[in-house]
Write a protein that binds this ligand. Structure first.
Ligand SMILES: Nc1ncnc2c1ncn2[C@@H]1O[C@H](COP(=O)(O)OP(=O)(O)OP(=O)(O)O)[C@@H](O)[C@H]1O
Ligand SMILES: [Mg+2]
Length: 465
């Protein structure tokens, strides 16, 4: 298991070997029964630019230890910026109004839920700790030091089986200034990456020392500064993303599965467009989503990808976009339907909108489309559609926020969120709470129509849609 841990981690968190070298031994010590008692298994402060793998590290550990990338407990410190908000985290003291109704976000039960029968380690992530109210920092001190947290009702939660990750953007702006001259334009004077790594580390540590007390910093086992991702790391991450897409298409599309071949020109196109100092691998993921997954989704819903065929992706000679060509013959069109729900589709991908509209209208369904959150709101007020099919990434809003707005305007509208990426734990929880269905892009038109049939039946009681 320990070897597996290191090798899986370094395969999935690219270009941050020092981070893994620092973290893995603590888990191995614990698994070998050698961890000192009375404190958490390990406490790590993860620093560095956005999109370089900090959260990813925790997700991959969760995958290795518990079999699922979101099997960990996350505390968004941004939600506890004010002193009075701490009650949400640890529960209100007895005697306070409503103390019985508050279920603390950090409790023995929540920690237990972050373990599995195979592994009793709970991974706990305090995200953006620089935003936490001072009393949260004080509480954390007890957790880091004695592995104990006292709740509002005076009971205690033990963190002896927990690995604690703190992430922070402290120093990020100054790191950016340090990195900027090395980026792109001035390739001639590129400094040695090791020298840059040292400088970034010093900037990060300086910022941490200014913000947190020495006793807090002393209780951290390792401060890990994530490095900006080099071109070769981005190339590896691109390959991983393409593999993930291939796997998704091979396993989730059932009989409709097909293969995908991305040639070198397309890879180069994605890498060129997806390299960004500001956003790290996030920009690469956005580029893949926009330039590869969205056009692929369009092809799939348009039924231009016959089952068993191969979609070949190359860069167009203009260099402006990717060309996707499917081999093989397209199947027969979808048969006509009986009942007629009204569906609002919100997506800024005009091709996808057009094709979904054509196909769903051929089934006799009434379709309204919107390319932005603003026009979606107007459409909901005017038409009160049965179903809103909303893309997660919209130019003027996020699809989840928009959906909540739409639902507050027209209660009966059922929501389906289309996404090409992974939602965060909080976002998944929100979808569960409000009953939003998720549709992973790319999808087959049948996946969509099944979901709509389900929803409309639930919503209106209409049979045989
Ligand atoms: N080193 C990496 N190896 C593999 N994938 C990565 C790496 N860094 C980032 N990614 C990809 O980019 C996405 C965003 O990265 P991640 O969430 O780890 O950013 P972060 O460092 O936590 O940034 P932030 O400071 O904004 O929270 C990940 O889900 C992953 O797909
Ligand atoms: Mg993060």
């Amino acid at each position: 298991m320990p070897e597996e841990l290191v090798s899986v981690l370094s395969r999935k968190v690219v270009g941050q070997p020092h981070a893994l070298r620092l973290i893995a031994p603590y888990i191995q010590m614990y698994q070998a029964g050698l961890a000192p008692p009375g404190r958490p298994i390990g406490v790590f402060l993860l620093l560095g630019p956005t999109g370089t793998g900090k959260t990813r590290t925790v997700e991959v550990l969760a995958e290795v230890l518990h079999g699922s990338h979101n099997h960990y407990l996350k505390v968004d410190c941004g939600e506890y910026q004010m002193e009075h908000e701490i009650a949400k985290l640890i529960g209100a003291p007895p005697g306070y109004l409503g103390h019985r109704e508050t279920t603390p976000a950090l409790s023995a039960k929540r920690l237990e839920e972050a373990t599995t029968s195979n592994c009793d380690i709970s991974l706990v992530l305090f995200d953006e700790i620089e935003k936490a109210a001072p009393s949260l920092t004080r509480l954390l001190l007890g957790v880091l030091d004695k592995a104990l947290l006292k709740l509002g009702d005076n009971t205690s939660v033990g963190f002896e089986h927990s690995v604690i990750f703190l992430t922070s953007n402290l120093g990020a702006a100054d790191m950016m200034k340090e990195m900027r001259p090395t980026f792109g334009f001035d390739a001639g004077s590129e400094p040695d990456p090791e020298q840059l790594a040292g400088k970034l580390e010093a900037i990060a540590l300086g910022a941490v020392r200014r913000r947190f007390s020495p006793e807090f910093i002393n209780r951290i086992d390792a401060v890990v500064t994530y490095q900006p991702l080099a071109q070769e790391s981005l190339a590896k991450i691109l390959d991983q993303q393409i593999d993930d897409l291939r796997n998704h298409v091979a396993t989730r599309l059932g009989d409709h599965r097909f293969s995908i071949e991305v040639d070198d020109s397309a890879r180069e196109f994605l890498l060129n467009r997806g390299t960004s100092l500001e956003y790290g691998a996030r920009e690469l993921k956005r580029t893949i989503h926009r330039s590869l997954m969205q056009p692929l989704a369009t092809l799939v819903v348009e039924r231009r990808v016959p089952a068993g065929s191969t979609v070949v992706v190359t860069a167009e000679s203009s260099g402006e976009k990717l060309a996707l060509t499917a081999t093989g013959r397209a199947p027969e069109p979808v048969p006509a339907p009986v009942v007629h729900p009204e569906i609002l589709i919100v997506d800024d991908n005009t091709d996808l909108l057009r094709f979904l509209k054509t196909i769903l209208e051929a089934k006799g369904w009434r379709i309204v489309t919107a390319e932005s959150a603003a026009s979606a709101r107007a459409a909901v007020l005017e038409r009160a559609p049965d179903v809103a099919l909303v893309d997660y990434g919209l130019p003027d809003n996020n699809g989840l926020e928009l959906s909540s707005r739409l639902r507050s305007m027209v209660r009966s509208t059922q929501v389906i969120i289309m996404t090409g990426g992974q939602l965060t734990n909080d976002e998944q929880e929100l979808c569960r709470r409000y009953g939003y269905l998720l549709l992973q892009k790319p999808f087959m038109i049948e996946d969509l129509t099944d979901l709509i049939r389900n929803r409309v039946k639930v919503a209106t009681g209409a049979a045989g849609v």
